[in-house]
Design a protein. Structure first.
Length: 102
């Protein structure tokens, strides 16, 4: 009995995430944290813009699925809560460092 292996379809090969190579980190840890937080804020801004566009389209009577609008609003809300939580943690860490005696 001959059993052939299952070959993945073309679409699964295209959509499959590529493995990332750990690239050497450049800059100080402070710069890395700043860059990461900046990327998060950019993502939040993009999410907010998308949500606003969908709400505006719905308000003007364009054909927009209400579920898309609600999902976009919830994604923006979640992203905002994450950004605020990270900010709070950074502020707490800063205060802790400032309390240390040298």
């Amino acid at each position: 009995m001959n059993v052939n292996g299952i070959k993945p379809s073309i679409t699964s090969q295209i959509n499959e995430p590529k493995p990332t190579v750990n690239q050497p980190k450049t800059g100080s840890p402070t710069e890395q944290v700043g860059k990461t937080f900046g990327d998060l804020l950019d993502s939040l801004n993009n999410s907010q813009n998308t949500s606003d566009q969908l709400v505006q389209k719905m308000a003007t009577g364009e054909d927009v699925d209400i579920s898309q609008v609600m999902i976009a609003n919830e994604e923006t809300d979640i992203n905002f809560r994450i950004a605020v939580a990270i900010r709070d943690r950074l502020v707490d860490a800063y205060r802790e460092v400032m309390r240390m005696s040298v």
